[in-house]
Design a protein around this ligand. Sequence first.
Ligand code: GLU
Length: 421
Amino acid sequence: MTIKEMEKETAFDSALSQLEKACEILQVGGDVLKVLREPQKITLASILVQLDNGSTEVFQGYRVQHNNARGPYKGGIRFHPRVDLDEVKALSFWMSIKTAVLDVPYGGAKGGVTVDPKKLSQKELERLSRGFVRQFYSVIGPDQDIPAPDVYTNSQVMAWMSDEYSTIAGKKEPAAFTGKPIEIGGSIDRDTSTSQGGVYVLEEVIKHRFKSRKKPLTVAIYGIGNVGGGAAEILHYANNDFKVVALADSKNAVYNPHGFDVPFLLAQKHEEGTIAGFKGAKEITHEELLTLGVDILIPAALENTITAENADGVQAKLILEMANGPVTPEAEKILLKNGTLIVPDILVNAGGVTVSYFEWSQNKSGFYWDSEEVQAKLAKKMKTAYKNVLEISKTYKTDLRTAAYILAVSKIVKAQGQLGV
Ligand code: GLU
């Protein structure tokens, strides 16, 4: 077994073991577990793409539909060289849990293509995106399964996919995809919704658990892509409540105890491709960033960032999981023992799918909202979900991740039962 396979197994297995734990606490039987462990439908297809040099390449495509008891399947499409069936299965499972925690009327699904999109031209990327829709047309749709962006897919990819879908359907179907550009039916603020949703949860957590702490609270952010970079910027502008003192991209980590001018740092990254050498920044290692004496640590990169090896060194009192699965199960045990509060991914990063739901609703009604309305509704959804999870964690005397699973599983099981399964 390769390291990659072991990592993947850990991610899916730990998700399933959380599911088992929740089922045990809820005292639901083995049949429920059987139903939730396996996706309802898996579709595989080869996608043929003509390259600019005239040759043809074949890419492997996936759409895994985990569960639709609570509504149509929903979840992003990932373009990445390491995408495979196991990964897409795990991600589809996470989507069923996320949509239930946030109480948006969807099930869970995920799609992917095994491809390195950085090696394709824009025209080739467009042909791949359109090819995906032609191959998966029969299993997706506005009331069946609604894809969205994920790693290395964006609003432009959604625009091509949406256009291809409408062309085959013979009519405009804007609600078949979310995360589209605003000009063709996308929602205002969908692009920042994952980061903003996480910050709304953070505000609530602070109200309940960190009331007496001196402001500004210091923050270290590991990963400054769309989600981590967005969060850094929002926290930077948040009334001096927070001070972003450390940031890392995949190559460098920087520290400044006085706090960073985040927009300038991100502008440098954009222009020069690096955060190294920024004014006032001390270069540190990635490991040092994870163990800094800050109030809040935000892992916003890939899975398995905080492991059994470094968990004991984490000094932050609060970990806000913007990435999917950044804390391994072994690390979680150590952190919980040390009294670290972990606010889980299935709650913290669910702002994206929540505004996807708003986009879909706007497409269906044909009536579009302004930023104020989107933000008010997103804040309400995120804060309510947090309060519900907190309540359950108190009732069952358990951590927030287990509480979120209990909430999600009980909703899915109830819906499944009402459908007669
Ligand atoms: N890809 C995002 C996620 O994993 C968004 C999914 C969506 O908007 O449907 O949460």
